[in-house]
Design a protein around this ligand. Sequence first.
Ligand code: WT7
Length: 637
Amino acid sequence: MAYPYQVTSLDQYNTAYKKSVDDPEAFWGDVASNFLWRKRWDKVLDWNFTEPNIKWFLNGKLNITENCLDRHLGSLGNKPAIIWEPNDPEEHHRVLTYRELHNKVLQFGNVLKNNGVKKGDRVCIYMGMVPELAVAVLACARIGAIHSVVFGGFSAQSIADRLQDAQAEFVITCDGAYRGNKEIALKSVIDDALIQCKFVKRVIVLTRTRTPVSMIKGRDVWWEDEIKKVETQGNPYCEAEEMDAEDPLFILYTSGSTGKPKGVVHSTAGYMVYTAYSFVNVFQYQPGDIHFCTADIGWITGHSYIVYGPLAAGATTLIYEGIPTFPDAGRFWSIVDKYKVNVLYTAPTAIRSLMGFGLGPVQNHDLSSLKVLGTVGEPINEEAWHWYDEHIGKKKCPIVDTWWQTETGGVLISNLAGVTPSKPSFATLPLPGVQPILVDERGEEVKGNGVSGNLCIKFPWPSILRTTYGDHERCRQNYFATYNNLYFTGDGCLRDENGNYRITGRVDDVLNVSGHRIGTAEVENAINMHAGVVESAIVGYPHDIKGQGIYAYVIYQGTHGDEELARKDITQTVSRIIGPIAKPDKIQFVSGLPKTRSGKIMRRILRKIAEGEMENLGDTSTLLDPGVVNEIKAGKI
Ligand code: WT7
C-alpha cells in the first residue's frame, strides 16, 4: 500500500481514532515514521495549553523539502509534481516533474543564499499563482528561511503592516499577475509598501506579465538574472538545511476579532506530518491521481493542500492561475476535463456563484475522471451541496466538507471520502488525533448528542499553531484563555444525534466573506481613516453568493452633497487600507450608533437589522439612546 497511514474502511477509521485518543504518542509516532528524518525524535509530544507550549517530535531533525522532493526522486522523478494551467487557456500549460521541481527549488535556494537570505530570516512572498510561487515557498523551506506569503489581493498598506510585524528583509514578487481579464501590477504595490519599509534589503522580481516596473538600484533584482548567475557558478546543488522539528516553517497572517491581523506560526515536523496525513485520508488520494485545489497559495488552504500536503505524499498537484469565471463559467470544468482531474477541492462560494450560470457551462465537459469532491472555507448550504453532488459529481463522488482554520494547519473535522459517511452541510466526524468538545458560555462541557455550543479542541494535534509571531501573549489570549485548557476555535457548532458536527459560523466579530476571514474591527479602522467619517460599525449579513456580506453603518460628516460619492470614497479607502476583498457591500449613513451606557456598540442589534429581522431585536433597555434604533431601522438598505 502506498500510504501505510491511510485508513480505507469505517472499521479502520474507528480503530485509528480510538488508538489516537488512547495513545496519541504511539499513534503519531507511527505516522511520523513514514517520513524522512535526519535524526529521529526523542519524544513525540510535550504540551500544555496554559502558556501555551506545544512541541511535537522533540529534537527530531529534518528538512521538509527532502520529504516533499528528494525522497520521491527515485520512484517519482519523472512523474508530474505540478501541473500549471495559465489564466489564458490559449497560453501553453506547464508540467514540472518531481525532478524538475527539485532542480528549480535547489536553484532558487541558491539564489536566496546569494542574496543574503539565511536560516530563520523572514521572506515575504507576494506573487500570482505561477509555479514559481511554489518554487519560492519550497526554496525558503530548503534553506530554513521562514516564508510569509501574502495573498495578491492585499493592499500596499497590508503588505507593509505584515513586513513590519515579521521584520522581513526580503521580498519575492512578480512584475504583475493575470486574473481573468485583469492585470494586477504586483511590483508596483510592493514599491508602495516599501516606502514605509526601509529595512527591506532585497526584492526578487519574476517576469510574468511584462508590466512596466521600476527596479531600484541596489535593492531590486530580476529572478531570471539571478538564476543565470547561479547557473554560471557551476554547482547547482543546494544542501537542505537541517531543521529542528519545532523550527518555524512559515508565518501566515489572518484576521481576528480585534486589531491588526496576527501572524500564525506553524512549525516544521508537525505541520508536515499532519498535512500529509490529512491529505491522503480526507481525499483518499491514490498514487497517480490529479489533485486540483482551487484556492490561492496565499491562504492556508493553498499552503497545505496545493503545496505541502500533496508534495509530501508524492501527489500531482494542479495550480490554476486564474479565476472560475474566465473566460467563462465553465473554466473549472474545462480544466477537470483537460487534465482528467480526480480530486476537486473548492469553496462553497465558488459553487454558489457557478450555480448561478446554470447547467450550460457544465454540460459540454467530460467530468467522468472525478472521484472525490471537497469543500472548505465556510458552511455549505444544502442547495449548493446537492448541486455539486448531482451536476459535478454525478452522484458518484463523495463530497468531503472539510472544517479547519489557518491556525489548525490542516483539516480537523471532515468525512473521509468514501470511507466515513457524508451528511449535507455537516463536516461530520473528527480526523484521528482530533478531540473536539462543545462548551457553553461559562465554559462547561456540553455533553451528549443533539446539542450545540462553542467548538473547542481539548488535545493538541501535530499542526496546531505554536504562537503568533512576535507576540506569544496574543496567541494565549486569543485561543487558549477563553476556556481553561482548551483551544477555542471561534466557531459555533452543533452535534447531531449521531455525533456528527455541523459548524454554524463564527461566534466572534470575525466575518467570513467568500470564504475569506475578515475582522470587523479591521474594516472599521479602515473606514474610520476616511476624513469624513466620525465612527462606524461593521456587521455581516447573509449574502447569496458570498455567504456573508459586509454591512457598514457609518456616521459621516464629510462636506459632500452626494451620498453615492461618499460611499465610493469610503469603499476606495477600505480598498487602499486592506484590499478589495474587504470592501463593504452596503453602507448606511446614520446619525448615531446603538450604544450601551458604558459606550459599547450593541452589534447584536445592528446584525439583526442588517439581516432584515426588524421585529425581534431583543432587549434594548440598556441602550443610551433607544431612539437611534428606529432611525437605523427606517434607513436600512
Ligand atoms: C474559518 C477559518 C482553513 C480553510 C480556509 C479558511 C470557517 C472553514 C469550514 C467548513 C464551516 C468553515 C470557520 C473557520 N470554515 N471551513 N467546512 N464549514 N465553516 O480558513 O481563513 O482561517 O477561516 O472558516 O468559521 O473558523 P480561515
